[in-house]
Design a protein around this ligand. Structure first.
Ligand SMILES: [Zn+2]
Length: 331
């Protein structure tokens, strides 16, 4: 069979019927007025079929030239220097990638479209034609469907779940593409069928108080053994009204899954003071050296940056708190 597919019935170089390219990008989020998520690395692997062997890889580091600073996520990329010292500009990298893709127009990624949006955006910024993408298979959504969760699952968590040895660095686009491709082995063609559009309704955002208040202290919570314990902890869930200090209550957290493993994760919730209205509570979880999790809780002032982050969290996953007391603080 394999011989036929490769040699006899298919012209060399011609697109194989169920092959695909698994893509992952690293980029620097726009922090200044220039709304460009500047791509720092393109990583991709080619597979013969869903879950099939990786037959080729692609990796290019791109020298950033647009933004002056790196966002906190980009700063943590261990390969950041490879981008900074790279001689390759985005247009040249895109051209290499285009050539490498050949006639393949079916792509897969961990996530629905962020990577492809960024790719389009960067091509448009540099005035070059977009990379031709006909179909995007969202492995992350398929994985969530198969394991029966409505939440977005981070790549590293899926890798853990599938028992794939994590021998590669997570913060690298090529490695993430490799992991994503390997997870493809756990997916079924059915799980990859897109849900009808419109099913995921955008929830209206809660009306937040417009009262100004003094800068709120950050409170340290934990460490605990797991993220779940931090999110469920009473200390995490009882922020104070920034105006009167009355204790509010949080019963759910919204979050955008971190693109990279091992980095701080931010959770948001809106809570209410009977007198002063709704405020945001932000919980930033960081891994500890001992393998646990520690959090900083604060009530942030509403800035455009905070609102962007909150909106992204609201479109992401939801963690419903359990009021169970079975969780114990780790000392
Ligand atoms: Zn109040």
């Amino acid at each position: 069979m394999a011989v036929h597919r490769h040699g006899l019935f298919f012209t060399k170089g011609k697109k194989r019927d169920d092959g695909m390219i698994v893509l992952d990008l690293e980029w620097n989020r726009s922090y200044d007025k220039n709304p460009l998520d500047e791509i720092l690395q393109i990583g991709a692997v080619r597979v013969e079929r869903l879950g099939g062997p990786v037959v080729d890889t692609f990796c290019v580091f791109i020298r950033p030239v647009v933004h002056r600073r790196f966002d906190p996520g980009a700063r943590k990329l261990p390969e950041l220097q490879a981008s900074v010292t790279s001689a390759v500009s985005f247009p040249a990298a895109a051209e290499q990638f285009r050539t490498w893709c050949g006639e393949e127009t079916v792509f897969a990624a961990w996530g629905g479209g962020d990577d492809f949006k960024a790719l389009d955006q960067n091509c448009a910024y540099w005035g070059i034609p977009p990379v031709k993408v006909k179909r995007v298979l969202n492995f992350q959504q398929a994985f969530s469907r198969l394991v029966g969760t409505g939440q977005q699952v981070a790549l590293w968590r899926a890798v853990e779940y599938c028992g794939i040895p994590d021998i590669f660095d997570y913060h690298n686009a090529l490695c993430d593409a490799l992991y994503t491709a390997v997870i493809g082995e756990w997916l079924t063609p059915d799980s990859l069928i897109q849900q009808p559009a419109g099913r995921k309704k955008r929830k209206a955002s809660p009306r937040l108080s417009r009262l100004t208040f003094p800068r709120q202290p950050r409170r340290k919570i934990g460490p605990f053994l797991s993220c779940e314990e931090v999110l469920n902890a009473r200390a995490s869930r009882q922020p104070a009204c920034p105006v009167c200090g009355r204790t509010g209550g949080v019963s759910r957290w919204s979050y955008a899954e971190p693109k990279r493993t091992g980095e701080a994760r931010t959770y948001y919730s809106a809570f209410r003071c009977a007198e002063h209205g709704r405020f945001l509570c932000r919980l930033t979880l960081s891994p500890t050296e001992g393998g646990g999790w520690v959090a900083r809780r604060t009530v942030p002032a509403i800035t455009p940056e905070v609102m962007r982050e909150y909106e992204a969290a609201r479109q992401g996953g939801v963690f419903l708190c359990q009021k169970s007391t079975k969780y114990r603080k780790k000392n």
